[in-house]
Design a protein around this ligand. Structure first.
Ligand SMILES: *Cc1c(COP(=O)(O)O)cnc(C)c1O
Length: 422
């Protein structure tokens, strides 16, 4: 049994941290109903904003119900690009390069294929990706490599850290077409050296595609300043767009001419309403869009963008760091000292600092069962096979109090694994 110290340090006092948090008032702007007492999975599905019923009501009654097809001209045709610019601004993209589109998976496919095709023409036949990247990223690369007769060059990533610059330097060569990596590793939360890796890939003549799913809306990114070629990212994680809200893509303006994506559709044509006999790609980012955009699925995203823009990325990153540091201290107090079934829980995330994103992963062989018990009591992190519990800390919607409650519960449930079931 671990008994808390009589006088706990201020750094571990959730009530004081919430009282001193300049962003505390925003946590009440999200739906917080129901049985959940600690939501630690905003990195997988952000909570909905509480004013969404009014926004959807207005969308249905006015934008859709009253304006009907006229809304396409009035705002919907431009919506993928207007929202794209706003999401782009959060990741350091000047206007004209980002767009809202399909799912992350489909956008990954379109951009990986576009890059692979352009580079194959220059005799480049390898795609570099790491073996700990999110499944969809690896699977898309496998598919494109098979389709185009290319070779995959796997980087063996340290699961508790991530892909190091030196590994990329060793992997790239005059054969490399594309390097695809996640900026923040979905398991460990490791933040890769985006600018450094991009430069190393460019020295070898490769293009780079960054997956920003666990970065956008929580960690400042400088796509333009870092010379990045391509990027994609989710909007339902830290941008709270809701289940199935569309991903965004980014193609640096210098590549618009040379890259052709494989799903040619009428919305990507130079003159959408010409209805011409042959496809001619739009000269700008519109060429990366295929068909009708999922407008309805962007209503919640737009609401969250307003809030994120109001608060600003620096303040978001600051609170994200405070929450992550707090969670780490609580894990050290409640979870890491426990030995259960002959094994201690271990932190599988980087130490505090610039290489740590907004989530932490802790591992223990009994965590699948522990996670199920936590969900029953309204404490909701997520489980990532084989043995990780992931604690995501979404800065606008998470209180220090719920982090404390959740991690204390994690300690209790882990300890409970030592006792025979009642
Ligand atoms: C969440 C996530 C995805 C999700 O892809 P979908 O097409 O939206 O299901 C892809 N890649 C990474 C790195 C992710 O974290």
């Amino acid at each position: 049994m671990i008994s808390p110290p009589a006088q706990r340090p201020t750094a571990l006092d959730a009530a004081r941290l919430d009282a001193a948090d300049p962003l505390a008032a925003h946590t009440a702007k999200f739906v917080r109903d129901g049985d959940v007492v600690s939501y630690l999975d905003g990195n997988s599905l952000g909570r909905p904003l509480a004013d969404l019923p009014q926004r959807f009501d207005r969308f249905v009654r006015h934008d859709w119900g009253e304006r009907l097809i006229r809304s396409w001209d009035e705002q919907w045709m431009e919506r993928p690009f207007a929202l794209g610019d706003r999401v782009g601004a959060l990741v350091g993209a000047a206007p004209g390069q980002a767009f809202i589109g399909d799912s992350t998976t489909v956008l990954l496919y379109k951009l990986v294929r576009a890059a692979a095709d352009a580079q194959a023409a220059a005799g480049r036949t390898e795609i570099v990706v790491d073996d700990d990247n999110f499944p969809t990223d690896r699977f898309v690369v496998e598919g494109v490599a098979a389709e185009r007769g290319m070779t995959i060059r796997w980087i063996a990533a340290d699961p508790a850290a991530g892909v190091a610059l030196e590994q990329v330097r060793e992997a790239v060569s005059e054969r490399t077409a594309l390097v695809l990596l996640s900026h923040v590793a979905y398991r460990s939360g490791f933040v890769a050296d985006l600018a450094g890796i991009t430069a190393v890939a460019h020295e070898a003549g490769a293009l780079v595609l960054w997956d920003l799913c666990h970065s956008v809306g929580v960690i400042p990114v400088e796509l333009d300043a870092s010379g990045v070629d391509l990027a994609v990212g989710c909007t339902y994680k830290y941008l709270n767009g809701g289940p199935g809200s569309p991903a965004f893509g980014y193609v640096a303006a210098r590549h618009h001419d040379a890259l052709a994506q494989p799903i040619q559709g009428w919305m990507g044509a130079a003159d959408v309403f010409a209805m011409g006999p042959r496809f001619e790609a739009a000269p700008d980012r519109r060429r990366f869009v295929s068909g009708t955009p999922p407008v309805l699925a962007t209503v919640a995203l737009e609401a969250m963008l307003e809030l994120v823009e109001e608060v600003g990325m620096p303040a978001l990153r600051e609170k994200s760091i405070a929450l992550t540091d707090f969670a780490e201290a609580l894990l050290a107090e409640h979870v890491l000292p426990l030995e259960v079934g002959g094994r201690c829980a271990a932190l599988a995330s980087p130490p505090a600092g610039p290489h740590r994103g907004s989530h932490l992963t802790v591992t223990h062989p009994s965590f699948r069962a522990v996670n199920a018990r936590l969900w029953q009591r309204g404490v909701v992190p997520d489980f990532r096979a084989p043995d990780g519990i992931r604690i995501g800390l979404s800065p606008l919607s998470t209180t220090f109090a719920e982090v404390e409650l959740g991690i204390a519960a994690l300690g209790e449930e882990l300890r409970g694994q030592d006792r025979p079931a009642a």
